[in-house]
Design a protein around this ligand. Structure first.
Ligand SMILES: Nc1nc2c(ncn2[C@@H]2O[C@H](COP(=O)(O)OP(=O)(O)OP(=O)(O)O)[C@@H](O)[C@H]2O)c(=O)[nH]1
Length: 289
């Protein structure tokens, strides 16, 4: 089944024509803008392909499809999507605004790492809401990994993060994933708290990854969210969630290029197995069809 974010349907008419015409280019630009690549990237892609088509004297739209895949794949692959988890323990902080899917992503990631034979502990440094702690504990149980809870409601999140890393070190646990409370990128005090969590954790161990979770359905607004987190939390990778509910496959490229931070994981569903690494080749095959 075609992914909802695929632009293959939008491109269908274009590839059914016998030759490449002016309408072909208009259709392509519209398809790219509709998919939320943003006007700048859409224009750049169309211009680059136009130049190649002229230079190589191509007039078969099927050849243009192949060239479109290549151009997009090259742009997607300009960043390294590999998670850097060599430290022991490898500490991963997960940050983002409210409701983007942080806790769900942690459950899925814990499962993914555990299925590769890694021991994992997750820490509930979202101490504002008791329900958030329980939600994380439920995911940990599903993933078959340990959880460190706050000792009391409202405990300093940095101290829960600290205790989670201590637990990993004491138990020889390889991976330590810390959940943080959702926060609006405009709330300065809460953003500073992320810096504190990081500094406190670093007293024990280096932070291997700071993953910023972005909801694909928010589109270009996600870029503004990303900038503030990048400034305050030293983000090393992006996780794009809810792509299954989005028609905005182009957002993935736009956010990566505008922030300069690689996409490392993609969430496409609410189930525990609905998280994958980001593979530009596979993504573009599905995107262009
Ligand atoms: N369709 C879909 N839903 C998702 C995905 N990831 C998360 N969700 C849903 O998004 C909602 C919010 O997810 P949470 O994991 O609670 O989000 P959070 O960022 O931890 O939320 P706060 O702790 O309130 O900031 C839940 O209903 C999840 O099931 C995804 O990839 N696809």
């Amino acid at each position: 089944m075609a992914q909802r974010w695929s632009i293959s349907n939008a491109l269908r008419g274009m590839f059914q024509r016998e030759t490449i015409t002016e309408e072909t280019w208009e259709d392509l630009e519209t398809a790219l803008i509709t998919a939320d690549f943003g006007p700048d990237i859409a224009e750049e892609v169309v211009e680059a392909l136009r130049a190649d088509v002229d230079r190589l004297v191509v007039d078969d739209p099927r050849e243009l499809r192949r060239m479109l895949r290549e151009t997009l794949e090259e742009r997607f692959a300009a960043y390294d999507p590999t998670l850097t988890l060599q430290e022991r323990p490898a500490v991963i902080l997960v940050v983002g605004v409210n409701g983007v899917g942080k806790t769900t992503t942690i459950g899925k990631l814990a499962r993914l790492l555990a299925s590769h034979g890694q021991s994992v502990v997750v820490g509930a440094a979202d101490t504002f809401r008791a329900a958030a702690v329980e939600q994380l504990a439920t995911w940990a149980q599903r993933a078959g990994v340990e959880v460190v809870r706050p000792e009391r409601e409202g405990q300093d999140p940095a101290s829960v993060a600290f205790q989670t890393v201590q637990r990993a070190q004491a138990g020889g646990i390889a991976m330590c994933i810390v959940d943080t409370a959702g926060r609006l990128q405009t709330k300065g005090g809460l953003m500073d708290e992320l810096g504190k969590i990081r500094r406190v954790v670093e007293k024990l161990a280096p932070v291997s990854e700071v993953l910023l979770v972005l909801d694909a359905t928010t589109g270009q607004n996600g870029v503004a969210q990303a900038q503030a987190f990048i400034e305050h939390a030293g983000v090393t990778g992006l996780v794009i969630t809810k792509l299954d509910g989005s028609a905005k496959g182009g957002f993935v490229l736009a956010v990566q290029e505008r922030t300069g931070i690689p996409i490392k994981l993609i969430g496409q569903g609410e189930g525990i197995d609905d998280l994958t690494g980001f593979t530009p080749h596979v993504f573009v095959e599905q995107l262009v069809g």
